[in-house]
Design a protein around this ligand. Structure first.
Ligand code: SF4
Length: 202
């Protein structure tokens, strides 16, 4: 009888196999029918237009560090969580970009890290859920998009989806439960292991 963890990993591996054979052209065709042209309104980066939370993979955090010279704690925080170990330390599973209401990288309606912005920003307003194309609210929906751009977007969406599943598998393989003992009061479990830090999540 597989453990709960083994069963989850096995399901994720099945999802990965399906994700690897997603037909980008079909996704691109759907994007073309929906239509999209970024209006550079920056609403997706701002607080007043809804949830502007940006979740990052560890590899994206590293890329931003390399390209900007910033360190991780300059621009990400752990997501809030109710999971605690016996000593009361918080355990969480994701990193998100810091905000001052708006994303901290938004300056004069422009993204300061445009060249290395996270996948979620590069692919907004589209995402894949169970391999199917979904669309969030966006002023750019319905705009004219070229074949080339729709293919580029479809490839990015597929890559983001595959990366997400691979990260979840790696996280689960490394995860050993909510065990106290690190130096800090918050532990982030991600695909690269445990990261302990001292921070106020309120
Ligand atoms: S990283 Fe850039 S594109 Fe993404 S939310 Fe922040 S300002 Fe917007």
């Amino acid at each position: 009888m597989p453990s709960q963890k083994e069963a989850k990993i096995s399901n994720l591996k099945k999802a990965l196999n399906k994700a690897l054979v997603i037909d980008e052209k079909k996704i691109a065709d759907k994007i073309k029918v929906i239509g999209f042209l970024c209006k550079k309104c920056a609403q997706c980066c701002r607080a007043e237009f809804g949830d502007n939370t940006v979740i990052l993979f560890p590899l994206e955090i590293r890329s931003i560090c390399e390209k900007t010279g910033l360190s991780r704690d300059d621009f990400v925080i752990p997501t809030p969580s109710d999971d605690r170990d016996p000593e009361g330390n918080i355990h969480t599973f994701e990193w998100v970009l810091k905000k001052n209401g708006d994303c901290i990288f938004l300056k004069n309606d422009l993204c300061e890290i445009y060249e290395c912005r996270p996948y979620i920003c590069m692919t907004y307003p589209f995402y894949l859920l169970d391999g199917k194309l979904k669309v969030s609210e966006c002023m750019g929906i319905g705009g004219k998009i070229s074949n080339e751009e729709s293919m580029k977007l479809a490839a990015l969406l597929k890559h983001r989806y595959i990366t997400d599943i691979r990260e979840s598998i790696a996280l689960l393989e490394r995860f050993n439960g909510f065990i106290p003992g690190g130096s800090g009061n918050v532990c982030v479990h991600d695909s690269e292991g445990e990261h302990w830090l001292v921070t106020d999540l309120d």
